[in-house]
Design a protein around this ligand. Sequence first.
Ligand SMILES: O=C(O)[C@@H](O)[C@@H](O)[C@H](O)[C@H](O)CO
Length: 372
Amino acid sequence: MKIGLGLYREQLTPDNYRFALQSGATHVVAHLTNYFAGKDPKIDSGDNGGWGDCSTDRLWTYEELSALVQDVRSAGLELAAIENFSPRFWHDILLDGPERGAQIEALKQLIRDAGRAGVPCIGYNFSLAGVYGWTRGPYARGGAESVGFGVEDAPGAVPDPDAPIPDGMVWNMRYRRGVPGAKPISVTHAEIWDRLSRFLKEVVPVAEEAGVMLGAHPDDPPADVLRGTARLVNRPEKYDRLMSIIDSPSNGLELCLGSLQEMPGGDIYEHVRRFARSGRIGYIHFRNVRGKMPRYVETFVDEGDIDMAEIVRILRDENYQGVMIPDHTPAMTCAASWHAGKAFALGYMRALVQNAHALGPSRSLVHDMAAE
Ligand SMILES: O=C(O)[C@@H](O)[C@@H](O)[C@H](O)[C@H](O)CO
C-alpha cells in the first residue's frame, strides 16, 4: 500500500510537492482540469456555473504530460494518476452528441500520450450531472467545515437535486455557451449504460496497449437520478457490471470509499475485499463519511462510519500494492485549512499502513472463514 496526495491544477507546485513529501506521501494524483482553484480550495457544488467554465480547455499534449511526470519525479515523488478528463474533451461522449467520434479519437491519443509519458492511471467519472448537490457546513469534528448532501439545516443555499442541467453544461461544468431555449440535458439508465459501454469498448483496448489503467469513480451523490439524469455506479454491484463490460486490466476502478459508504445497503468491507481481490483498483480515495443517501456528511478520516483500520486489514490481506489518497477532507480551523486537513489525514493513513502487520486479523476474513 502506498500513500499519495491529490493536488488540484493550481496546487501542482514545488511547495505542495514538498508538503506531500513531508506529510509522508510518496505519490501524487494530479487534477489537470481547473475546478477547485486557489491555494486553499473550498470544494462544493459551485453556484449556477457549477465547477466553472472549461470551454477553453485544450487536450493535454505528450509534452505537458511528460513534463508533469518529470516535475513530480524531480520532487522525489511519483505520479500515480491523473484524475478526470476535462468535460471539454468528452462532453459529446457523455451526451452522445455530434462530436462524439472525434472526441473518442482524441481521447485515444491522449491515453497513448499518457502511457508514453509514464502516467499509469487516469481516473474518470462517467456522469452527466457530475458531483453536484453538496452543501458546505460545520459537519465534522469540532465544527470543521466539510461537505454534505441532504443536510436539512445546511447553512447557505442548498442546490436543488432536480434542477435541470442547462444546455452547454455537463459534469457540472460549462463546456460551451448555452443555446437560449434549448432543452435541458436528460438521459435514461439504458442510455447512459449504453454510452459507457461503447466508450469502454472503444478506449480500453487502447489503454491496455498503452499500459494505462482507466479507473471509474462512482457517483457522488450515489443517487438513482440527479438533475433529470440517470446515474451509473450508485450501488457497489454496479461496479461489477462496469468491470464486466470489457475484461481488461485497464478497465479498473477509482475506488472512492466515501462514495461507496454513502450508497444504500451492502457491507463496504466485503465489497472492498472483492474489488481488491480483482486486481482492478487503480487507486483509492481513502475518505470517510457519516450517513448514507439521502443524507450524509464528510467527516475526518477517523470519525466516520467506515472502520478505516478494517479497510487497511483487508487491503493488507489482499496484498493491495496500489496508492490511496485522502481525496478531499474537512478544512481545519487555522491559517492553512486545506493543508492542515490533508496533513491530519495523511498522518492517520501512514500510521495505519506502517502498522498494517500489527492490526490483527480482519473481521470480514473471520466472516469468510465462518462461511466455509
Ligand atoms: O466522490 C467524491 O466526493 C470525490 O471523490 C469527488 O468529488 C472527487 O474528489 C472530484 O470528483 C474530483 O475528482
